[in-house]
Design a protein around this ligand. Structure first.
Ligand code: G1P
Length: 292
């Protein structure tokens, strides 16, 4: 193993090039990552989670029609100037400004899969371990999911993924791990398979959209081998590192909302609204009345 294996995690890759067809027509002109859960766009939750885990550079793998994401993380110069002139508080925008040193954008020009998207960031990632965060998966808890993983990484090094258990009949939509030894929230990963048939799945523990990876994964992705669905799969590239480098799964202590699905999106909206100090009580009353 290289000396890289415990270098701090400073960079996170956000694959945000997807077309978001499941949310049409909402996503015809608006990136799905910009759809709000209450009043924050989905991507903001992932960036905040990254920041809380000590990430310094956010790398967005974007595509055509995703310009709103860049605008969101820029300084809203006209907006802020106007608001200040009118005596309005702009602190609500604090988490949205990423300075040029703290963010980078690269395009995935063709939809060739998650592995390909991550590979598009290889020059910006360079030769150091990095995180990957799929913003569709909203991980809700304190400390955040990536922070829990970074804490585990500081102990075991190598590669880590977040996992959670799903009903067995749902495994075919996900990457699935073959689990080894379990030590609290940490499970050794002895195998990985992308979107297996239910009968072939090595467990019901699925990869839930957070990764800490050694840079060697980029070398494997370079081969551009196609896997499940004819796509270049990150799961396949990761599987090749098992046995050569430590590989662990972290079971997230918190809640996960699958915001890639409409019902998951509604669930996240309701759950987070119910927890908000400024509206929780009102939303509870409304929900109770609606269900009444
Ligand atoms: C991707 C990954 C899969 C993972 C899932 C989590 O699949 O390939 O391993 O379990 O995200 O949401 P996708 O949802 O892009 O099909």
């Amino acid at each position: 193993m290289t000396d890289n294996s415990r270098k701090p995690i400073r960079k996170a890759v956000f694959p945000v090039a997807g077309m978001g067809t499941r949310f049409l027509p909402a996503t015809k002109a608006v990136p799905k990552e910009m759809l709000p859960i209450v009043d924050r766009p989905l991507i903001q939750y992932a960036v905040d989670e990254a920041r809380a885990a000590g990430i310094e550079q956010m790398i967005f793998v974007t595509g055509r029609g995703k310009g709103a994401i860049e605008d969101h993380f820029d300084i809203g110069f006209e907006l802020e100037t106007t608001m200040k002139e009118r005596g309005k508080d702009v602190s609500i925008l604090d988490g949205t400004r990423l300075s040029p040193g703290n963010c980078a954008y690269v395009r995935q020009q063709e939809p060739l899969g998650l592995g390909h998207a991550v590979w598009c960031a290889r020059d910006i990632v360079g030769d150091e371990p990095f995180a990957v965060m799929l913003p569709d998966e909203l991980m809700w808890g304190e400390p955040g999911c990536l922070k829990q993983m970074v804490d585990a990484y500081e102990k075991v090094g190598g590669n880590l993924i977040s996992v959670l258990e799903v009903p067995r009949e749902s495994v075919s939509s996900y990457g699935v791990i073959a689990p080894g030894k379990v030590d609290g929230a940490l499970t050794e990963v002895t195998g990985l398979v992308e979107k297996p048939k239910v009968a072939d799945a090595p467990s019901n523990k699925i990869v839930s959209g957070r990764y800490i990876l050694q840079p060697q994964v980029m070398h494997t992705l370079q081969d551009q081998e196609k896997g499940a669905g004819g796509e270049i799969q990150l799961t396949d590239a990761m599987a090749k590192m098992i046995g050569n480098q430590p590989f662990h799964a972290v079971t997230f202590d918190g809640r996960r909302f699958d915001c890639g699905s409409k019902t998951g999106f509604v669930e996240a909206t309701l759950a987070i609204a119910l927890e908000r100090e400024d509206m929780g009580e009102d939303v509870r009353a409304i929900a109770t009345r609606l269900l009444g």
